[in-house]
Design a binder for this molecule. Structure first.
Ligand SMILES: [Zn+2]
Ligand SMILES: [Zn+2]
Length: 112
């Protein structure tokens, strides 16, 4: 049931808008390795072979309890734009040992 909620959130317009704001603020650069990332509809000019997927990461991870809390989900202070590689590093540090977590094709962490 939590998966449905989070899926709805990631597909919501308000989330897409916030995501865009974050990327524009960061000039489409990963906040950790500073490489340019590809974001749908903003950076279509980046050649295909140079595209790294950009993911907006929640510093305080989304859970069933905070998924409806705009102060967590949409708070720019809680958001960080990173590339897919850096995002996986971040989560694998403490998620790899937890059962049931994996990434969907957009790089969002989901719980099965
Ligand atoms: Zn990076
Ligand atoms: Zn994340």
């Amino acid at each position: 049931m939590s998966y449905g909620l989070r899926k709805d959130f990631y597909q919501s317009k308000v989330w897409k808008d916030v995501r865009k704001t974050i990327w524009l603020k960061q000039n489409l650069l990963c906040n950790r390795c500073h490489k340019p990332v590809y974001v749908d509809g903003i950076s279509d000019w980046i050649p295909k072979e140079k595209r790294r997927t950009g993911i907006v990461h929640h510093k305080e991870y989304l859970t069933d309890l905070n998924i409806s809390d705009d102060n967590i989900t949409l708070n720019e202070d809680n958001l960080e734009g990173v590339c897919k590689e850096c995002h996986e590093k971040e989560h694998h540090q403490d998620m790899s040992t937890r059962k049931g977590y994996e990434f969907d094709e957009s790089g969002n962490l989901i719980y099965n």
